[in-house]
Design a protein around this ligand. Structure first.
Ligand code: IYR
Length: 221
């Protein structure tokens, strides 16, 4: 028996106009995604969150180790604890830890240490990296953990947008308070904190533009 077993790859392919149209439509669809800080408290069913997370967990990963854990939090008490700890860290960030040029770069987004969305959004997803696995008291390696978890988070954000929901890729730093609040094991490190929900009725986003193709693509033909 070989160590590997292969099965047929079965997915539709497209050509010509259909190919061009699919690529273009998806590009326009994804270009409408925005990071939001103004959430509605309207509930989102757990089943929806589960499908969104399982989409993320379908991402490619180093040696298919899937080195991630997604903590999905809807408990109001837990959200309040997370908000309190995050705001404490952010207060220090905004009052000395961040450089003047960093604070200057953030002016466009109108952010400060107040993070009400951490309690208003119906779900918080804490994406955790699994640095290694512990099996029968033995440490097993994971590979390209940051790359893998970054890709999975991209899938997560795509699934959230596809469902018509909104999210914020939030990085309260340092994030180790989440290890404590969520009681996570030592092989796990919080990577991103992502509130998920419906947009507030009066939600607004910064008026920013994305770079054009010539600024992000270099072709070698
Ligand atoms: N973590 C802080 C600061 C912050 C940093 C960057 I880079 C942003 O793009 C946005 C905010 C906060 O969440 O306010």
């Amino acid at each position: 028996m070989p160590a590997h077993q292969f099965i047929p790859y079965q997915n539709p392919t497209y050509e010509g106009e259909a190919l061009r149209q699919r690529a273009e439509e998806f590009c326009h669809f994804m270009d409408r995604r925005r990071s939001l800080r103004m959430f509605s408290d309207k509930p989102v069913p757990k089943q929806v969150i589960q499908h969104i997370i399982m989409t993320a967990s379908s991402a490619p990963s180093g040696a298919h180790k899937q080195p991630w854990t997604f903590c999905a939090i809807s408990s109001p008490e837990m959200k309040a604890k997370i908000r309190e700890a995050a705001e404490q860290e952010e207060y220090v960030n905004y009052h000395g830890r961040m450089s003047d040029s960093w604070l200057d770069d953030l002016k466009l987004f109108g952010t400060d240490e107040h993070k009400p969305f951490l309690e208003i959004a119906p779900w918080l997803i804490v994406v955790c990296k699994r640095a290694y696995e512990e099996e029968a008291g033995e440490k097993k390696n994971n590979y390209y953990v940051t790359e893998s978890v970054g890709i999975a988070t991209g899938f997560l954000l795509t699934a959230i947008h596809h469902a018509g929901l909104v999210a914020l890729t939030h990085t309260p730093s340092p994030m180790n308070f989440l290890t404590k609040v969520l009681d996570r094991p030592v092989n796990e490190r919080p990577f991103l904190l992502i509130p998920v929900g419906y947009p507030a009725a009066d939600a607004e986003v910064p008026d920013i533009q994305r770079k054009p193709p010539e600024d992000v693509i270099v072709y070698y033909e």
